[in-house]
Each structure stands twice: as structure tokens, then as C-alpha cells.
Ligand binder design. Structure first.
Ligand SMILES: [Zn+2]
Length: 319
């Protein structure tokens, strides 16, 4: 079987094992960190990452796919430290996480030049290391597929064509970005089997999700615990229905958990728990609550579990 790049080097894809396909060991704005590093407690960040990953490991997780790209504070050395200290593999990405903004540097360069940056990360190494990215990341959110977002998507697609690397695209079902994102990738000639549309589980519109699946892509039901977008019961009802309709081979289940995130002041986490915006958000929620609930409803048996948490991530990473 094909090798997959991890932050500790390539591994045989058969070794990936139980995989969480969308989690962040740290999420922060690299520009703010670069200018005011004293505002960050790196030991606290590392401790939180180790605690989260070790908790997942207790449930048998062997590999974490971490789609932290540019503007989310990607740091492959930090990822490697977490992988070394936990024994859990981490798979890193390249790409740009932006809902519209692009630095002048990229605004004034064309799509192929942006793609070259991604190819360098995939084929040579990231941030001056020999750690190679394994997949590409881009995003579309409330503003939809803006001009800059489209430019990033096309650069991601062209880097995928050059290298064979798969793509994960953050999407926003509330404004139906998914179909347009798939369309751009298709126009560029990307095989749908390489495409994962993340955050589809933020809607319980099964027809919307099924229409994406019908185009041959993977869909992420990957924000369990983020109740502000959709509560767990409705996420589970959607997952159960998609499983009943025979779509196990297209589903990615994860939590989009961030061991630490700098988007909000420290006290916000408690407030979000208190007002129900998040609930039990962690790297283990899918094992603590989701899988048991799906099993109880008769929607997920051992085979479907294996398909979703082992086979699908492996098949997508090696497509
Ligand atoms: Zn994410």
C-alpha cells in the first residue's frame, strides 16, 4: 500500500489505524503570536495538546489528521513534538485557511505561483523542515466563494493535480458553499475521490449532503460538540440516516476540536459551555457519545465503524 506522510515521516497507510480525520492540536493566529508572543503560554498549549491527544489514544486512536493551515498557526515542529510525546501519528497539511482575505503577497501573484508554494510543502518540506504535508486545505464560509477564496481553491486543485495529494475544504452548509467548491475542483480536473468537504454535518438537510456524496466526494460530519452550529442529537440523526442509506464509505466523523484556540479570551470556554454553544467538545466525544448512540439506534455496526474511522481516512489520504 501507499505511504502517507506524517510529521515523523512516511508510514505505510495500513499502519494508520483508527483515525480522527479533523482535529487541531493548536489553533492560533500566527501573525498575532509573532508580534505578541508573550500573550501566549506555550507550555499550557503543549499540555492541552498532549492531554487531548492522549485522551483520544485511550480510545485506540493511532492517527490524527490535523488540517491547521496558514492563518491557523500551522507549526509542524509543534505537531511533531505532540506526536513524539504521545505516540499518536499526526498528518499535516498545506494550504490557506481564509474566508476571503489574502495578503498582498498572494493577491499579486497568480494561481500557479500559489500552487507552487503548496507543492513545495508536499514534496520537499514545511517551514524549513523535512516534514512533508500530506494533503491540501482551503475554506469557504459565510461570505461564500469570493474571488480570493476561488483563487485559493484553484491553487489547491492545481497542487493536487501536480502531486496527487488529497484536498480538504472547510465549507458552510448554511450558505451552501459545498456544491460550488466541488464544481471548482472538478473544473480543474481533480478526481472527486480526493476531495473531502468538511463541516457538512453542520446541517441536518440530508438531501443537501446526499447531493454532495452523489458527486463522489467525502463529507465531514466533523464538528461534534459545536452545538452553536447544530446540536449533537440532530447531528446523530443525520449521521444515522446517511448510514442507513448506505453512505458509510463517504462519511468522515470527527470533532474539529482545538486543544487550544486564541479566537476568544480564556474565560469564553466556560461561558460557551454555560450557554450551550459547546457541549463536551473534546477529542473523545465521538467515542464517548456519538458511536454509542449510533450503535444503539442500529445505524452503526462494527463494519461501519471500521469503514468510517479506519478505511475512509486511509482511502482518502491515498486516493
Ligand atoms: Zn478545522
Amino acid at each position: 500500500m501507499a505511504d502517507v506522510q506524517t510529521v515523523q515521516g512516511p508510514v505505510d497507510s495500513e499502519e494508520l489505524g483508527l483515525t480522527l480525520v479533523h482535529e487541531h492540536v493548536r489553533f492560533r493566529d500566527e501573525a498575532v503570536f509573532d508580534q505578541w508572543p508573550g500573550r501566549y503560554d506555550e507550555q499550557l498549549e503543549l499540555d492541552a495538546a498532549l492531554a487531548a491527544v492522549n485522551a483520544a489514544k485511550e480510545h485506540g486512536v493511532r492517527t490524527i489528521v490535523d488540517p491547521t493551515a496558514m492563518f491557523a498557526g500551522r507549526d509542524v515542529r509543534f505537531m511533531r513534538t505532540v506526536a513524539e510525546q504521545t505516540g499518536v501519528r499526526i498528518v499535516a497539511c498545506t494550504g490557506i485557511y481564509s474566508y476571503g482575505y489574502l495578503p498582498h503577497y498572494f493577491e499579486n501573484r497568480d494561481v500557479d505561483v500559489i500552487a507552487d508554494h503548496f507543492v513545495e510543502d508536499l514534496e520537499i518540506g514545511v517551514q524549513g523542515t523535512d516534514i512533508r504535508a500530506a494533503f491540501l486545505k482551503c475554506a469557504a464560509d459565510a461570505a461564500g466563494v469570493t474571488e480570493n477564496v476561488e483563487k485559493i481553491h484553484r491553487a489547491v486543485a492545481r497542487a493536487s493535480l501536480q502531486t496527487g495529494a488529497p484536498i480538504m475544504a472547510h465549507s458552510m452548509p448554511a450558505v451552501a458553499t459545498g456544491p460550488r467548491q466541488v464544481e471548482i475542483f472538478e473544473q480543474e480536473g481533480v478526481d472527486p475521490a480526493k476531495i473531502q468537504i468538511a463541516h457538512c454535518g453542520d446541517t441536518d438537510d440530508v438531501a443537501y449532503i446526499e447531493a454532495l456524496i452523489d458527486r463522489g466526494v467525502y463529507v465531514g460530519l466533523d464538528r461534534y460538540g459545536l452545538e452553536m452550529y447544530l446540536p449533537i442529537d440532530r447531528r446523530n440523526a443525520t449521521a444515522a440516516e446517511l448510514l442507513r442509506r448506505g453512505h458509510a464509505e463517504r462519511l468522515m466523523i470527527s470533532q474539529d476540536f482545538c486543544a487550544t484556540i486564541d479566537w476568544f479570551p480564556a474565560e469564553a470556554a466556560e461561558l460557551f459551555e454555560a450557554d450551550g454553544s459547546i457541549r463536551n467538545w473534546s477529542m473523545t466525544l465521538v467515542f464517548d457519545e456519538v458511536v454509542p448512540a449510533l450503535r444503539e439506534q442500529g445505524a452503526m455496526d462494527d463494519e461501519a465503524f471500521q469503514t468510517v474511522f479506519v478505511e475512509n481516512p486511509k482511502r482518502w489520504l491515498t486516493a
